[in-house]
Design a protein around this ligand. Structure first.
Ligand code: AR6
Ligand code: MG
Length: 314
């Protein structure tokens, strides 16, 4: 693939996460939201401020860049430090409790197991996974290992880890594909299906396939969910991309219109759509208003450099 296009996909996925997050932030918890409402709110803001979804995605990227790859303990400490600096970002209930324990000296791989039976299956580890999805898009073993292990820091439940891995896989696939070629949603689902382990996610993939032909919104929400749990939000984000592969704007607005955990479904959708279509697909009217846009773009470029160096040495 052309290197310029590939680099643009790295940037598109990180900025896409942030745009989906900022656009969906005001309607979190709503039953549904009309796309024109989302546009209206965005048009009337001078800065599009992001929430914990993007803040944690930044933490993932910062750690990958500083360590030139994945180091779980380092990433955990970056999360803790970022949270201490900006605790007002709207974090879910679990992570701040884990960060406190790690701050008190609890090992990174033990703290997450102390909250919720079996650990958390919230969507908090899938929403931040874009840097992993692009950096390891062509290394499936590393992609899945790092998705699972990075999830474990805060979301150690099997369903939490698998949600992060499914979202990472969708981002990696989107990165690998040439957006000028015809898009085949069924093939995309087939590929995702090859790595999905748990029955809950297998069922969601089957539901997505059936819903490609029957696009009733109430049915989509009742089958795929729009909640805070990974299995009730990652599928909605992927599905919204599958039925709008050629437009970042339509894809993200649709994902948010499903209601529920709108910022997170928007962020996870934006990560996939941005990875498929590249940064140029993201409307300037939003991109230019994004809080800390240059910083996020810099992180994407640094991930790109790590990726490029890895390929030079082979
Ligand atoms: N058993 C029962 N409920 C659970 C379990 C479990 N094992 N795991 C999670 N939940 P959390 P997050 C429920 O706290 O994933 C921000 O607003 C439980 O109700 O780990 O980081 C972002 O925008 C728990 O409170 O947080 C995202 O929308 C909830 O799932 C969201 O928060 C979330 O899990 C991310 O939250
Ligand atoms: Mg959310």
């Amino acid at each position: 693939m052309d290197r310029g296009i590939l680099r643009s996909k790295f940037i598109g996925s990180l900025i896409g996460t942030a745009i989906g997050d900022t656009l969906g932030a005001f309607s979190e918890g709503w039953v549904g939201v009309h796309p024109t409402q989302v546009e209206f709110v965005a048009d009337n803001q001078s800065i599009l401020c992001y929430t914990d979804d993007t803040h944690m995605m930044i933490g993932v990227a910062e750690s990958l860049v500083m360590k030139q790859g994945f180091d779980a303990e380092h990433m955990a400490n970056v999360f803790v430090q970022n949270y201490q600096e900006e605790p007002y970002r709207g974090y879910g209930p679990g992570p701040p409790r884990i960060f406190k324990l790690i701050g008190l000296g609890e090992p990174w791989d033990k703290a997450a197991e102390t909250i919720y039976p079996g650990g958390s299956y919230g969507n908090g580890s899938a929403m931040r996974i874009a840097p992993v999805g692009v950096l390891y898009w062509d290394q499936p073993d590393e992609l899945f290992r790092v998705a699972h292990e990075s999830s474990r820091i805060t979301h150690s439940h099997e369903l939490g880890k698998e949600g992060a891995a499914l979202e990472a896989h969708a981002i990696a696939l989107a990165t690998s594909m040439d957006a000028s070629e015809p898009f085949d949603a069924k093939q995309f689902l087939d590929k995702l299906g090859t790595t999905v382990q748990h029955k809950v996610y297998q069922q969601r993939l089957a539901d997505m396939r059936a819903l490609l032909y029957q696009r009733d919104m109430a049915n989509i929400v009742s089958s795929l969910g729009h909640g805070i749990e990974a299995f009730n939000s990652v599928p909605a984000a992927i599905y919204s991309f599958l039925i709008h592969p050629h437009s970042f704007e339509e894809s993200v607005l649709y994902a948010i219109s499903l209601g529920g955990d709108t910022d997170t479904i928007g962020a996870m959708n934006g990560a996939i759509s941005g990875a498929y279509l590249g940064i140029s697909s993201i409307p300037q009217k939003w991109e230019l208003k994004l809080e800390n846009r240059e910083y996020i773009e810099n992180l994407a470029n640094k991930l790109w450099t790590i990726y490029s160096n890895r390929h030079k040495s082979h």
